[in-house]
Design a protein. Structure first.
Ligand code: FE2
Length: 282
């Protein structure tokens, strides 16, 4: 097994390993260390069925069940910890979530008090040269932040919206709400300090419906715009162009991610697992 670091601000590829096989402790430790250091890991040419994807995922922690989706459907009843990310419809019914549209920058489920530690995507079928996934390194963005901006956010608390998914769709059981100060969701410090490594990172969650506690709406909107502009600069990012049969895993607390839209007449099918968090942030 070898590690090939990307030349970008985050991510590495691991080669010469078959993830469908049982992994040895030293292999798991190698991957865990590489993941901690590079935040995003990719593995090409993997042939995994659902039980193998679950087994691989569980090396890195307990798994969460998928968040409620707008359709109220469990897309993988046999393996409920697997979520299906797809635009494909069979007999007029979606086989997964998020459709073919763009998903804007976000981290997953940060509207929970204990957000997930990471997530793993496995590409079963993807269209060529579209639907790229982008990642932005929030440790690098914090470390590189102008002092005047750090002063503005030091000690500040942000509301992370629970009511919409990353495609902007309203989740089941929530209502639209025009006032961001009333957004439902966890309240987290904008600067997150990892209790293990003591490293600080920007912890932004998602931009729409966010609100910085104690500010006027205008102040909050303007500071959030400034923060998001800083956090998503190209110099902190890595773009993944998908092929079939790839595994990609990311550290959810330290990166933002987004997805490009793709041609609705193509098929994109991914299976996803999510590693439970173990840090109560707020
Ligand atoms: Fe996401």
């Amino acid at each position: 097994m070898n590690l090939i670091k990307s030349k970008k601000a985050l991510s590495a590829e691991i080669v010469n390993i078959d993830l469908s096989k049982d992994l040895k402790v030293d292999q798991i430790n190698f991957i865990q260390k590489a993941w901690d250091e590079n935040l995003v890991l990719t593995f090409k040419n993997q042939k995994l069925n659902d039980p193998q994807l679950l087994k691989f995922s569980k090396y890195f922690g307990n798994l969460d069940l998928p968040a409620p989706n707008p359709y109220g459907i469990n897309f993988s009843p046999e393996y409920p910890e697997i979520n299906v990310i797809s635009n494909v419809k069979e007999k007029g019914k979606p086989i997964g979530i998020l459709g073919d549209g763009e998903a804007t920058w976000h981290a997953d489920m940060t509207y929970n008090e204990i957000p997930p530690k990471g997530a793993i995507l496995y590409s079963l079928e993807v269209p060529k040269n579209q639907g790229d996934t982008h990642f932005s390194n929030m440790i690098a963005a914090y470390e590189d932040m102008p002092e005047r901006l750090i002063k503005k956010i030091d000690g500040k608390i942000l509301i992370h919206d629970a009511s919409h998914n990353s495609a902007g769709q309203l989740r089941k059981g929530y209502k639209e709400n025009a006032d961001p100060s009333l957004t439902p969701g966890a309240k987290h410090p904008i600067i997150f300090k990892d209790p293990t490594t003591q490293k600080k990172s920007l912890f932004l969650g998602r931009r729409p419906h966010a609100y910085i506690v104690g500010m006027t709406i205008d102040e909050s909107e303007s500071l959030l715009n400034e923060l998001w502009l800083h956090a998503t600069q190209e110099k902190y990012t890595f773009t993944h162009r998908w092929q079939n049969n790839e595994v990609l895993m990311w550290k959810n607390l330290f990166v933002l991610h987004k997805r490009d839209s793709f041609d609705p007449n193509t098929r994109r099918v991914m299976h996803r697992t999510q590693i439970s968090g173990d840090i109560r942030i707020s």
